[in-house]
Write a protein that binds this ligand. Structure first.
Ligand code: NAD
Length: 416
């Protein structure tokens, strides 16, 4: 399996070589500032004790407090958390919010725990870690298998231990607990705004039918995943005239050359638990979805989706990386050789952390923005970031990924 931290470092090295960045400063960014490992004892419902392992990687705080999610997964490990904290530093710098990069995790399959055990584990993690967190130190958020409820327990524990009222210590909270309007939609819609800008910049080849001249009517799109990110991206692109021909989830994919109705797909998934047997579609595998001849391909589920093994088989000429780390450096080289344009994760999916910043800002200033305001400001951030990255791509004649790293690294290095 590809080591995500090695991939992350390689991506930065390419940017450093391309833009001749200061190598001592770049070397500093290759090493997270701090890595914290804790053990968390939990009394289980049957009276036994289990000890869980928890982590936090604080990559860099030049731009502001460390910022990044906490994931609960049985396979979470040092390299994964380090890579994810590294990507957060660059993502925050690309989208130009005053945060550094962090990421945390607990080795656990949360589905095996009762709600009481999950609460004890989450509070236990905060008890061990709280001195490293704070609204102006390190601000966690939900990630894989964590949610607003878990964040609420952690915030409560933090406030008890620190003796402060600190809504800004965590983002991704429920609206009534200080969360921001627009956060749920932010990552998917943010990806949609980038797609709109890429189209306007002429980065997406005119489709075989319809074409840019007729608007977006002819553009076909296939999306891997149908969770939070993919659902809101689907809603955005459907409203803006793209034709969604394929969607998938962990159980497999569905295809229709006539286009898939997103609201029907959402209803179907809610009722039956998967996309399987969605009316008017035929079944395809996740591998088949990735190899479809579409104008836009969107990985919105997992890491390491495009590798040296399958990159040559990808027919789409435009990829929008909504998942974190879906493309290995080897696949990136193949895509560049084959003329496939890839909008990198640190730009494409940065809408989520952008609205997390808005949440933190509202908490720190005791403000409450409407959804309309939050999404308008998100759009402005996404447009500005896209333009900067596109300009760097033209200036250095490089891929959008390398350009995004150059923009982010320049921002961090100039403040270091
Ligand atoms: P989610 O848990 O809501 O949805 C994940 C989706 O992926 C589900 O539909 C699931 O069925 C599908 N999936 C899981 N395993 C799969 C497999 N083997 N093949 C195909 N599909 C599979 O998660 P999400 O919040 O939508 O996040 C999706 C991706 O976007 C992740 O990589 C995440 O790190 C990234 N991301 C999310 C956010 C955010 O704000 N939620 C922000 C930035 C990046």
């Amino acid at each position: 399996m590809n080591n995500p931290f090695e991939s992350a470092k390689k991506q930065l090295q390419i940017a450093a070589d391309t833009a001749q960045l200061n190598l001592n400063q770049v070397e500093r960014l290759m090493h997270p500032d701090r890595y914290i490992e804790v053990s968390i004892p939990v009394e289980m419902d049957d009276g036994s004790q289990r000890i869980f392992e928890g982590f936090r990687s604080q990559h860099n705080n030049t731009m502001g407090p460390y910022k990044g999610g906490i994931r609960y997964h049985q396979d979470v490990n040092l390299d994964e958390v380090r890579a994810l904290s590294f990507w957060m530093s660059f993502k925050n710098a690309v989208i130009n919010v005053p945060f550094g990069g962090g990421k945390g995790g607990i080795i656990v399959n949360p589905k095996e725990l009762s709600e009481t055990e999950l609460e004890k584990l989450s509070r236990g993690y905060m008890r061990q870690m709280w001195r490293n967190f704070g609204p102006e130190i390190d601000v966690p958020a939900p990630d894989v298998n964590t949610n607003g409820t878990i964040m609420g327990w952690m915030r409560d524990e933090f406030e008890k231990l620190s003796g402060t009222i600190a809504p800004g210590v965590i983002t991704g909270k429920a609206i009534e607990d200080g969360g921001s309007e627009g956060r749920t939609e932010a990552t998917g819609f943010g990806g949609g705004y980038i797609l709109r800008e890429a189209l306007e910049a002429g980065l997406i080849s005119p489709p075989s039918q319809g074409g840019v001249a007729e608007g977006r009517g002819g553009l076909t799109i296939a999306i891997q995943g149908f969770g939070n990110v993919a659902t809101y991206l689907s809603e955005y692109v459907a409203q803006h005239g793209f034709k969604i021909v394929a969607l998938s989830d962990s159980k497999g994919g569905v295809y229709s050359s006539d286009g898939i109705d997103v609201s029907l797909a959402e209803q179907h998934k809610k009722i039956s638990g998967s996309l399987k047997d969605l009316e008017g579609t035929s079944e395809i595998t996740n591998e088949q979805l990735l190899e479809l001849d579409v104008d836009v391909l969107v990985p919105a589920a997992l890491e390491n989706v495009f590798t040296a093994e399958n990159a040559e088989k990808i027919k789409a000429k435009f990829i929008l990386e909504m998942a974190n780390g879906p493309t290995t450096p080897e696949a990136d080289e193949i895509f560049a050789k084959n003329g496939v344009t890839v909008v990198p994760d640190i730009l494409a999916n940065s809408g989520g952390v952008c609205v997390s910043y808005f949440e933190w800002y509202q908490n720190m200033h005791n403000e409450k923005w409407s959804k309309e305001d939050a999404l308008k400001k998100l759009d402005e951030h996404m447009v500005a970031a896209f333009k900067e990255v596109r300009d760097a791509q033209v200036k250095y004649n490089c891929t959008l990924r390398t350009a995004a790293y150059i923009v982010a690294a320049n921002r961090i290095l100039s403040k270091m």
